[in-house]
Design a binder for this molecule. Structure first.
Ligand SMILES: [Zn+2]
Length: 184
């Protein structure tokens, strides 16, 4: 003894053993998802219930604007990473990345030129990549000459007057360059 169900998707007749009553499955003709909700004592055809095949989309999350998507891409966020974000999270990430970027701005040509004028050795200039590092080195060049610089200058034959005039590391480097006649 089987129950007669009608597929709500394609109207195919389905002969169902009563033990399947209340279960979910697929129509064997159209593969549409159905739930066999009905009456076990009903002899005539009864209509199976539809189960929506597509999961609820987006969970009601606001989609990213194309501007946000472009910005995220520009800021190095992968497409997969961006796809996991809603509009609000995207804005937060964009703000975060932009501010991080601001802190890692490259050293300006002006800073490098100034450092060269201060006499920063090339070896040190090569270590300077960011604006912050350049500013730090500029500050350092303004500090007192190092003991090593003074010793080196004495060895180069710098006189007392020259040494007494030195106020900064930058000036010491410049004098070393002048006396040694070499690029440092
Ligand atoms: Zn069907």
């Amino acid at each position: 003894m089987k129950l007669l169900f009608i597929c709500p998707h394609c109207d195919h007749e389905l002969h169902i053993p009563p033990t399947y009553l209340g279960m979910k499955g697929r129509c064997n003709k159209c593969q549409g998802r159905i739930a066999l909700i009905g009456n076990a004592n009903e002899r005539g055809p009864q209509r199976a219930s539809v189960i929506e095949d597509t999961p609820p989309s987006g969970n009601g999350r606001a989609k990213l604007s194309s501007r946000q998507q472009a910005l995220l891409e520009e800021l190095g966020v992968s497409t997969e990473e961006a796809a996991a974000l809603d509009k609000e999270q995207a804005s937060a990430l964009i703000r975060e990345r932009i501010s991080a970027k601001r802190h890692t701005k490259p050293a300006t040509e002006k800073q490098i030129a100034y450092l060269k004028r201060l006499g920063a050795p090339n070896a040190q200039l090569e270590q300077v990549h960011t604006k912050e590092e350049a500013a730090q080195l500029i500050e350092e060049m303004h500090l007192q000459p190092t003991a090593a610089q003074m010793t080196y200058l004495r060895n180069l034959g710098a006189n007392g007057v020259q040494l007494a005039r030195l106020k900064t590391r930058g000036q010491a480097s410049a004098l070393i360059q002048e006396l040694a006649g070499e690029e440092i």
